[in-house]
Design a protein around this ligand. Structure first.
Ligand SMILES: NC(=O)c1ccc[n+]([C@@H]2O[C@H](COP(=O)([O-])OP(=O)(O)OC[C@H]3O[C@@H](n4cnc5c(N)ncnc54)[C@H](OP(=O)(O)O)[C@@H]3O)[C@@H](O)[C@H]2O)c1
Length: 351
């Protein structure tokens, strides 16, 4: 049976997801919500720059809620819990990279009644959070015993992130270290990454741990060309955000992102090293294991601005989870509640 899917917002994640839904043998795209007035009324295929596919985008929430569908892939700019609640109450499952990865009891008690009312499931997933920062450390922990530490860490060239306003004004790149350190980014990121750390702590069964968040910056030592303009010497050109859980002084979980404007002119002299841009997943136990993930970064800054694999991975994790989420019991379900989420064969190779 084909599952009817609505895509909510057509930014980077949304556009990648639409392409993937069209290729998925179990899914059918039946609707699309857009924020921009200029996209409303357009065929979704044309929004993606291709031929019409017979699905017209709307910016009417009422229209989307009234549409018969099994699942909404919810990927707007910012999460709006009231919107998510309305979608759930309308009887549609929700898969999203914007939260509910490992909700607190308070978040669960707020949202789960809407799931139960609609008889549907809410699932948060993505790349980080929603992949390399908790799902994959937990997955690989299953191949070791007596776990003492898990880690999920991203090393990326932030010049490939095609959101210049966010990079400059919210992340604080190109400003002074003082401006960046006092900016909102650590708090904004903490909501998601705190859930990643807590999911690892709770699932692995670590004793009560204290989670500490840190932010460090590196400045340019020479002018650096970037999509937000030239980063001048002394301005912020790299940042590291980390969330670490300690039992006493023993570190048991680390989740971190390292975002560099290249690695040639930085003070401190942070570098990607021989492994280059990557995601790392590490487990210490019996035995230890270290996993390097390549391929989730673009081959160049220009390629990343065109189509960023990290965004494609985020969309794929959402799309691929839809059949499992639709088949699950109602409620907020996380990775530890769902079966292994697998992709599907390319249509040319499928049975
Ligand atoms: N968990 C993860 O691993 C992960 C990874 C990547 C991204 N994300 C999150 O996923 C979300 C989408 O990412 P993205 O890369 O697709 O972002 P994006 O390219 O900036 O697209 C966001 C879309 O949201 C809509 N939008 C714009 N302003 C809005 C507003 N004021 N209110 C509601 N919607 C608005 C627009 O849709 P239309 O163009 O259709 O009008 C826009 O294209 C972001 O919140 C991002 O943080 C999570």
């Amino acid at each position: 049976m084909t599952l009817r899917v609505i895509q909510w917002a057509t930014g980077g994640v949304g556009q990648a997801a639409i392409g993937q839904i069209l290729l998925h043998p179990d899914l059918e795209l039946v609707g699309c919500w857009v924020h921009s007035a200029e996209k409303a009324g357009k065929d979704v295929g044309e929004i993606l720059g291709g031929d019409p596919i017979g699905v017209v985008a709307t910016n009417s929430i009422e229209e989307i809620l009234a549409l018969e569908a099994d699942c909404v892939l919810y990927s707007p700019l910012m999460p709006n819990p009231k919107e998510v609640a309305a979608i759930l109450k309308s009887g549609k499952n929700v898969v999203t990279p914007l939260g509910w990865f490992w909700p607190t009891e308070q978040e669960r008690s707020r949202m789960e009644p809407h799931c139960l009312e609609g008889g549907v499931t809410l699932h948060g997933t993505g790349i980080d959070p929603g992949g390399a920062t908790e799902q994959q450390p937990l997955f690989f922990s299953g191949l070791s015993s007596a776990i003492t530490y898990v880690r999920g860490e991203e090393y990326s060239d932030i010049r490939t992130y095609n959101a210049p306003d966010v990079v400059r004004h919210i992340m604080g790149f190109g400003g002074t270290p003082e401006e960046a350190m006092s900016g909102p980014m650590l708090a904004l990121l903490s909501n998601g990454f705190h859930q990643s750390v807590q999911m690892c702590l709770d699932t692995l069964g670590f004793a009560d741990a204290e989670i500490r968040a840190t932010r460090e910056v590196a400045v340019a030592t020479a002018p650096i060309d970037s999509p937000i303009g030239v980063i001048e010497p002394g301005q912020v050109a790299a940042q590291q955000f980390a969330w670490e859980a300690f039992i006493g002084e023993t570190k048991v979980v680390r989740v971190a992102v390292n975002w560099l404007m290249g690695d040639e002119h930085l003070d401190p002299p942070w570098v990607f090293g021989p492994e280059g841009k990557r995601f790392e997943v590490e487990v210490k136990g019996d035995p230890d294991c270290l996993v390097m993930i390549h391929g989730w970064h673009p081959s160049s800054v220009a390629a990343g601005l065109e189509r960023n694999p990290g965004i494609v991975v985020t969309a794929a994790h959402c799309v691929n989870s839809i059949p499992y989420v639709c088949a699950a019991e109602p409620g907020i379900l996380t990775f530890v509640d769902l079966p292994v989420v697998a992709g599907r064969a390319h249509p040319d190779l499928a049975r």
